[in-house]
Write a protein that binds this ligand. Sequence first.
Ligand SMILES: Cc1cc2nc3c(=O)[nH]c(=O)nc-3n(C[C@H](O)[C@H](O)[C@H](O)COP(=O)(O)OP(=O)(O)OC[C@H]3O[C@@H](n4cnc5c(N)ncnc54)[C@H](O)[C@@H]3O)c2cc1C
Length: 600
Amino acid sequence: MADIQYTVDKRDLAFVLFEQLDVEGQLLGWERYREISRDMIEQIIDHAAELAVKKLAPLNAVGDRHGCRFENGQVFTPPGFKEAFQQYCEGQWLGLTDDPALGGSGLPAPIAIAASEIFMGANLSFMMYPGLTQGAARLLAGFGSDWMRTQVVPRMLRGEWTGTMCLTEPQAGSYVGDTRTTAVRQGDHYLLKGIKIFISAGEHDLADNIIHLVLARTENAPAGVKGISIFMVPKFQVTPDGRLGERNDLACSGIEHKMGINGSATCTINFGDNERCVGYLIGRESQGIEIMFHLMNEARLAVGMQGLAVGSAAYQLARAYAHQRVQGVSVERWKDPLAERVAIVQHPDVRRMLATMKAYVEGMRAMLFGMTLYAERAEHDPDPGEREKYQDFMDLLTPVAKAYCTDVGYEVTRLALQTHGGYGYIKEYQVEQCVRDMKIGSIYEGTNGIQALDLVGRKLGFKQGRLFKRFVQHLNEFVEAHAGHPAIGPLVQRWVPAKDTLVSVTMHIAQLGLSGDWKYPAFSATPYLMMFGDVAMGYYLLEQARIAAGRIAQSSGRDQAFYRNKVRTAEFFIHHLLPEAEARAASIRSNNLSALEMEF
Ligand SMILES: Cc1cc2nc3c(=O)[nH]c(=O)nc-3n(C[C@H](O)[C@H](O)[C@H](O)COP(=O)(O)OP(=O)(O)OC[C@H]3O[C@@H](n4cnc5c(N)ncnc54)[C@H](O)[C@@H]3O)c2cc1C
């Protein structure tokens, strides 16, 4: 039974892309996407699934067991990673949404996100290398000088060079304002000096050059985050005409031995030990955090996607196992020792776990893919009012997507392991790796606690609360339109009190904030974010159920079963998981200060 393989839920992906998001109707009519067709999208998904299942998934356990090797400043990735990376780059999977003029493929974001879910579910460690490269290339394309855009970005999008983001230092983790790395101007470049830790893909053997994006402090810069600048610091120097120069003065001094994502090299990088580390300013001095936030917002969504991808992979493993593993008798005949033995999928408690996983996975997919459509509209919608509205949605929902989906994704992997019983705890079964790999999601890219503070401390009050009001208005329009729906109306009505509770708890927190009491809102930020996530996920699942309910009558066979199951999934979530939102609200409304007064 240990050979259950990684599978891609293509049916649900197709549902989200073509039925929930209606990418054909919503995006393919735009001038920029006129050459893209549904056929082409289906082929992209098929090719991605083939590469993921045949190449990346078999390397997942290899990466986990071998890990990366550090020898004399060099880092060697696990066996097979180099060849797979080459194949990945040849397939032009890097830069799917990027500007074709720079070597990207110019595809709509929902298609790229579908491919990335497929790949990350197959092998999260492997995907750290192209994922960081893509993010770094996009930052350079948006904010770098012309020579960086023309000489560096295309090489990154071809995978010849890879990228990193270097923020963390021993004393500067969540609070990047304590960055100590320095940058001193020397004519057209700067000399950097400092140590960065925990740098993913910081050193490896997959590419000819590594382009580090480094946060550092220039001379006389103001204290805190306002005095931070961002630099492009290549491993091998790059001349403005694109030639590869001599080795830059930076070195990997070690790698971490971790709980999960062992195929991903997590490096300590020393910059300027010999006072010769050349870096090039991106944007203006002290603009570093503002620029890095653009990359971080995308990266946060990508980390939220890890919750979906690894959660979905774990759920598929658990589902298959539950059908194969025979144990005990059905609950109707539990007193009969001679009753026929049944597969564990028949036990109500196992079904509860499977239903929880299914609802969370499909809810995450609905939410995160929905957000990629918002991102498209925020960037390219012809109507400026629509662009503003969808940017507001993105700003509000990004911390929720990152933190809620990584926590929920971790819960899905936990339940998937539990479904396997003792075998789940055994390394021969892939599910335990899912749990370990998934844990990092709540830690990097700003811990989930920091996301919650971002939501409560910044996003709720941003533009006099406009972001939140707009999103609630969107939810209210959904209620007005569908509370009387013959099939899903009763579910919508059952969800409405949770939505109203979110609004009233938000007012409660806002009033505390206005009165100058930030201690309690900061204390309540995490349960608030999770409650927000529960309510939002309820909305996205109801939206899916509405679409599915409308298709049951005209469909048959497997399609009909799929649509019926969609409605049941929303039903399960509303009845059995959404009530957690009310419990979280009760905790917030209690105004209880015991934890703040307790001695530890
Ligand atoms: C495998 C791995 C890969 C990584 N990759 C990268 C990378 O590529 N680039 C990079 O720059 N960094 C990377 N990191 C670093 C990662 O982003 C940091 O670990 C993370 O930001 C947390 O910082 P810290 O570890 O110093 O924890 P701390 O900041 O010390 O936080 C410890 C705990 O305190 C909480 N906390 C801290 N401050 C506050 C506050 N003000 N209010 C409430 N709670 C607070 C946190 O939520 C957390 O629970 C990586 C880390 C790991 C483990």
